[in-house]
Structures are given as C-alpha cells and as structure tokens.
Write a protein that binds this ligand. Structure first.
Ligand code: BGC
Length: 788
C-alpha cells in the first residue's frame, strides 16, 4: 500500500492524529471537502472494517470486535468498536499479537492471545448483570449509571464505540440471546436502553443500537424472514428502537442478520432509509452485524455504510460497483460521510490517551444493580431473609461455580466471578462442610471433563470458556440430602441455566427442569418439611423457566438472573436482608411453554430449513407476553411486573392531569412494613375500544421510589404523552390515540391493580406514517378479544 511508510512513521502518525483532532467536530462541509480529496479506493476502504489493520494512527485496543480503516495521509484514524451489552469486551492481557477467533456460526468465541506485552498493565472490565437483570430493576437511573461506568471503562481503554444496547423483544423464552435483551415490553425496553445509551455517550463514547430489527431467534437467524403484520412490527418490534433513536440518538445502529418484509434488514431501503432516517430522523451510521455477506450494492443503497468485520474482497466489490455505474458515487459518498462523522466524534479523533478506570467503584455498582434486579417470586413462613449466623445446607453445582453472564459476544473479560458459596460464607453463614467438599470435587471433575479449550489463556477460563455445570445427580444417595439438611438450620438450593449466542434453548432439560434437579428439589423439600427447616431456591438462570411444577416445594424463591461478576455477594445481600428485593419481572412466566402463543411458530434447535427457519410467521401478532395473557385471561405462573418485597407499600391520593401533549399522574407511595425498601410503580393504561382489538391494558409509564424507611412516603410522578398511548391503525397507516374513556391502573404487576384512575381524552390524535414493510407472505394473525 502506498501509505505503508506513513503507517510506520510514528511521528507522522501523531501529526496526522492532531490534524484530525483539530478538525474534531468537523462540519459536514469540511467532511465533504475531505471526501472530495479521496480516491475511490480510499472511500471503499473506509466503508470496510479491517481486522488486519494493526497500525492505526493512535492506538489499537486488542480484543475489540472490529476496527475501521485508517487513511493517515488524510488524517483519518482507525477507530475501535467493542462489544457489548454488560461491559466492555476487550482482551484484559495486552499482547503483541492477538486475533479474534470465530466459530463455525461466525460467532466470536475467543481470542488467540499472542505474547503478553511485557510489563503492560492488565485491562479487565467490569461485568455487569445481564441486560434482562438490568431491565428487572425498572430503574432508569441505574441504567444510566451503568452506561456511564461502561463509557468510562471504554474511554480509559481506548474504545470508541460500544456495540450495545441489544433491544430485541423477548418474543419467546427459548431465544438463546434473550439474556442480552430487556423485556417482552417495548416501553420498558426503550426507556432503559435509552438511559444506557445516554450514560455511555455522556462519556464521549459511541453506542450501536442492535439488532435492527426482529432478530428474535438464533436458529436460522442469518436467513430468517420475520413475517408479521405492520401493526405488530410497529407496536412491538420497532417501538423501542424508535424511542431510543428519537430520544437518545445513538451514534450508530447495527443492522441484524435476518430479513424483514422479505428483504435482509441490512439491504432493506424501506427499513434503513424511509423509516430509520426519513421517519425517525436518524443521522448516525448504520453498520452491519458481523461476518455475513450481503450484496454490496444493496448495502450501499440502504446506507449500511460500515461493513463488518470486513475483508479485502468487499473493498474490491465496492470499487467495481461504483466503476460499473451500478451504484452512484453520490450514494457511496453518503456512506463515507456517515463513517467520517462517526470517526470525527470519536475518542481517537479527540486524541486519546490511556488511563485507569476505577474498577473498585464499578464493581460496587455492579453489585448494587444486581441486588436491585433480583426478583423475590415467593416468600412464605418468613423464610427470607435468613438469619445469620446460621448453618446452611447449600445444594446445587451453580452455588459453587456460579454464572455471571451468558456466552457469546456479550461476554466480558472480567477479573473474577464471586461464586454464591463465597458470598454466603463471607456474609456470615456457615456452609455445610460435607456438601461443600462434595460439590467442590464435582466442580473440579466437571471443569476438566467439560473443558473444550484446555489450552486457552487463564483469563478466558474466568470468562468465555467458563463452563456452566449440569446439576449433580444425587439420586444414588438420597440419605446424604436428608443427613445434611438435618445437620443445618436451613437449606438453599441453587438452580443454574446458561444461555448463549450460538444456540436457542430447548424445552426439555432447559426450559423445564432436568430429572436431577427435580429429584434434588423434591428430596430437599421433603427433608425440610420433616425437620421444620426453611428451604430457599435461588435461580441463577438466564430468563424464563418452568416453575409451576415445583414452586410449591420451597418456602422462598429468588430469581437472581445472571448477576454479573459480583454474583455471590449480591445474592448474599438479598438472602441476609441487607437489600430488600425490589426487582420486578420484565417478562411473563407461563405455566407451560405451550401456553405461549409464539410456541406454535418457533424453530427447534438443529433445524436447518423450512418454516420457522427460512421464515417465521409471527401469528401471535401484537399478543406478546402479558398483552396476550391478561387480555385472554389465561393463567400464568408469574405475571409481567411481578415481584415481592421484605416490606409492604400502600398507594394513596392519586391525581391525574393534562400536561402539554400528555398526562401526568402523581401518587403517594408509603412504606407500611418494617423494613426499608424500594417500590416500582407501574402504570398500565386501558384504552377505549376501536375498530381493531386492543390489549386489556398496556404499560405506559413506570418509576421507582428511592429507599423508603418504614413509615416514609414519596410522591411519585409518572408522565406519558399522547403518542405513548397510541396504537397502530394498520388500515390507515397511522398511529392513533382515540377519544374517550381511559383508565390508568397503578399495578403491582400486569395482573394486580392497586388503584384505578379514570381519565377522558376529549380529542383523538393521529400521526400518519408511510405504509412500509408489509410482510412478504400471507399470515393469519391471532385474534384476541377483551373479556367484557
Ligand atoms: C453479534 C453482535 C456483535 C458482533 C461483534 C455478532 O456475532 O451478533 O451482537 O456485536 O458479533 O462481536
């Protein structure tokens, strides 16, 4: 390459950086002037990621997911883009040559570390609780603070863009990446994700909102056409994206792998141009999700400007498509402009220098958020909080090797994971020695038996290649269970379930319990009953599991999700009562998998073609999660928004008034119990009937109180706009808020209303939009009528 000398000339490089830095905040005019000086090949290079580009103008952070190309003679540096949703994903041990390794599905599974750079400081990042756990806090402030902390780490380590947040809707609990996503509800998803974006970007670090859009299954995701009505697309699958784009203005958006309306999202002009830019006013960069190849001309025409991770052949293709006249140079220039605008606002362009993030403070934040995210599903006979000091019979492989997060690109290379056993011990509990020694041997054995990457560096065993252990089968020695329960004051059973990017989940032995788990729960419960001991189940699991068949067995159930690196301490905070549970379910727990309307149209693991693989019919339409169960009056195990506390709250004095283009509802929340705690106030609105069916009531606002001491109260104000209330009227292609009688229900969950406040909208409101993204084939949407 003619610029090779420049890449190597360090002094020249820094001159180029500062030249670019001076131009930081470059106007569009200045960017256009720069484009005017670029050759066709230089333009093409800028649009294609460069995994091999080792010599950028200022620095390269190893372990990032991708890099843009540097054009030093023009003063254009390369920037770093790194995953992911729960913390920055880079290599913690700087090496002189490292390479990202992809598995057969194109998922980054690790890094081939080169020689460690001598004396270089380590760069561990904080692993926060899974995105689902963050959503379970229903706390925008927590989301923003997590975003800020991630932004600070990215800044310290030289990452320009974090590839987060992932906001696909939890259509079906078997989606392997649900733990990376927020909720079955677009409002909860959008509000929290926007706060994360704002937090990260407040640090001068970019975000990439993903996976745009309808990437709701892992099986067949690279070809799947998500076929749904325009109403379902607008109301359920696009709405959180729309909110984030309008409110938080992410610097970039990542096009998903799948198709929508018959066309790949990344080459879909209706999606990327008409909707994203035309209707929502997005003015950032669209980049492709990694490793799949879509027609180059189509990508450019849809302004999917940065092709990742990129290779030389794509550069050649871009040059050819423009030279042959297939794509106009003005189209290419629009893409180049998008990349340059991102580069111009990057840390790198500002003249980055390394620093040390405050990992101690971020670990404390991770523990705090994990604590706030845990959902108390059941608490009878005052089982929780447990009194310390107490002797605990601690069962479950995951208690001794706990799960901090899921696998795939969202894995964070953290310095450690605090296991639940260690958290409980350090909180003052005495753990049964016999069980501890047995499980430790089992963990050691399984670590070796299941280790598919024995030669990977030690830090990868803490993170990516940390195995999730199957439960130990104790059915051969049931007396052991009886004896150890008898010797202790209480029993705690930890259930574990991993999940990851490479696969969807299966029903048997994953969504449902395994036989070994069933046996364990039943035997421990029987021993506890006989001896009058309390039994607590802690679920260290990715998301929804079947609970109906076993929830009668324990006295208490705590959903701990994937709590991040501080797992053990956060669980201990809840079990000891240091923190009163205030998490609420961001999705519905059905009685059975088959109860979910989407279960009729979901692929099975191992499927390689056909219906649900090549295309999926979203026949459940808008009836996703609680929208279906509440409207159809179908029983669930635990409803959306559900969660208990160690204290109790009363609501009083609600008042609703018109404010600007919307409504404001205030209510007083009082802690009427004997412990300090926080309450999540959920507002569901029942809208008047229209020609099309509407759900019973939909979440339109929520808030979280501060920590209320017993007897304390807080006046909580919830705001929602007319647009927030709108449903999508597909026949007229418009958002519509109807005139008439509404009911604001303050609820403890989607099913439990505490107070109802009627209000009237004297006029209708509508917002016309273009008739876009109609499904590529016929579908018969499910009909659900509100019960009268
Ligand atoms: C994932 C993205 C991720 C990218 C880069 C892809 O496999 O789908 O979520 O950001 O890899 O690692």
């Amino acid at each position: 390459m003619k610029t090779a000398n420049l890449f190597l000339a360090i002094a020249g490089c820094f001159a180029a950086v500062s030249a670019f830095a001076e131009a930081e905040g470059l106007t569009d005019k200045e960017i256009d002037r720069l484009i005017g000086r670029m050759t066709l090949e230089e333009k093409a290079r800028l649009l294609v990621g460069t995994p091999g580009c080792r010599d950028s103008l200022s620095h390269r952070t190893e372990g990032a997911a991708g890099w843009t190309c540097a054009l030093p003679e023009l003063g254009i540096p390369s920037i770093n883009l790194a995953d992911g949703p729960v913390g920055v994903r880079i290599d913690p041990v700087p090496s002189t040559a490292a390479q990202v390794v992809y598995d057969e599905a194109g998922v980054p599974v690790g890094t081939l570390a080169g020689d460690a750079a001598e004396g270089a400081p380590t760069r561990y990042c904080t692993c926060f609780p899974s995105t689902t756990a963050l959503a379970a806090t229903w706390d925008r402030d927590a989301a923003r603070r997590q975003g800020e902390a991630m932004g600070r780490e990215a800044r310290a380590y030289g990452i320009d863009v974090i590839l987060t947040p992932g906001i696909n809707i939890m259509r079906n609990p078997l989606c392997g990446r649900n733990f990376e996503y927020y909720s079955e509800d677009p409002l909860l998803t959008g509000r929290l994700a926007a706060a994360v974006i704002e937090g990260i970007q407040s640090q001068g670090v970019g975000t990439s909102l993903k996976h745009f859009v309808a990437n709701n299954q892992q099986t067949g995701k690279k070809v799947n056409d998500a076929r749904m009505t325009q109403r379902a697309l607008r109301e359920i699958y696009l709405r959180a994206f729309e909110y984030c784009v309008r409110k938080a203005k992410p610097w970039s958006v990542m096009g998903s792998y799948n198709r929508i309306a018959g066309e790949y999202t990344q080459t879909n002009r209706e999606l990327m141009i008409d909707l994203l830019r035309g209707e929502w006013g997005f003015d950032g960069l669209v980049l492709t999700d990694w490793t799949v190849r879509r027609p180059t001309a189509g990508l450019l025409e849809a302004r999917s400007a940065l092709i990742m991770p990129g290779d030389e052949e794509i550069v050649r293709e871009i040059v050819e498509t423009v030279q042959s006249g297939t794509v106009k140079e003005s189209v290419l220039d629009a893409c180049v402009r998008d990349v340059l605008r991102l580069v111009a606002r990057s840390l790198t362009a500002q003249g980055w220098s390394p620093s040390e993030p405050d990992l101690g403070a971020h670990a404390a934040l991770s523990r705090e958020i994990a604590g706030e995210s845990m959902v108390l599903l059941k608490n009878e006979r005052d089982a929780l909080p447990l009194k310390t000091p107490q002797r605990i019979a601690l069962f479950g492989a995951t208690a001794y090797k706990s799960i901090a997060g899921g696998t795939g690109s969202s894995n964070v290379n953290k310095a450690y994971v605090r296991d639940i056993c260690d958290g409980l011990r350090d909180a003052g509990f005495t753990l049964d020695e016999r069980l501890r020694s047995l499980y430790e041997k089992y963990v050691a054995y399984q670590n070796e038996a299941l280790d598919r990457y024995p030669d990977c560096p030690a830090w990868q065993k803490v993170s990516y290649h940390r195995t999730v252990l199957p439960e130990m089968d104790l059915s051969g020695n049931p007396e052991l269970i009886d004896r150890q329960v008898g010797a202790c004051d209480a029993a705690v059973v930890v259930l574990g379930r991993g999940s990851g990017e490479t696969s969807d989940r299966v029903v048997e032995g994953d969504f449902n319990l395994t036989d070994a788990e069933h046996f364990l729960l039943e035997r421990v419960a029987a021993a506890c009953r006989r001896t009058g001991k309390r039994m607590v189940v802690v679920m260290n699991v990715c998301g929804v599991m079947e609970v109906a068949s076993w929830r009668e067995l324990p006295d208490a159930i705590l959903m701990a999700w994937f709590p991040g690196q501080e797992c053990g301490d956060a669980v201990a905070d809840l079990l000891t009562g240091k923190v009163s549970p205030s998490g609420r379910l961001p999705m519905t727990f059905p009685l059975r998998y088959e109860d979910l309307p989407s279960s009729k149209n979901y692929p099975h693991v191992g499927q390689t073609e056909g219906r649900n693989f090549d295309y999926t019919l979203y026949e459940e339409d808008i009836w996703v999660g609680y929208r279906y169960f509440t409207t159809a009056r179908r029983e669930v195990a635990y409803p959306f928004g559900y969660g208990l506390s160690y204290t109790s709250f009363e609501y009083d004095d609600p008042e609703i008034r018109r404010r600007g283009q919307g409504w404001e509802l205030s209510v007083t929340v009082r802690n009427t119990g004997r412990r300090a705690g926080r309450e999540v106030v959920q507002l569901y609105v029942e809208a008047p009937e229209a020609e099309y069916a509407k759900p019973e009531a939909e979440l339109r606002a929520f808030a979280r109180t501060g920590l209320l001491q017993p007897g304390d109260e807080e006046r909580v104000t919830l705001r929602f706009t007319d647009y927030d209330l709108a449903s999508f009227d597909e026949a007229r292609s418009q958002w519509r808020t109807d005139r008439g009688a509404y009911v604001a229900r303050l609820g403890r969950s989607a099913e439990e209303t505490i107070l109802s406040v009627p209000f009237r909208s004297g006029s209708a409101h509508s917002w016309r939009v273009r008739d876009l993204l109609a499904p590529a084939g016929p579908i018969t949407p499910m009909q659900v009528e509100r019960a009268r």
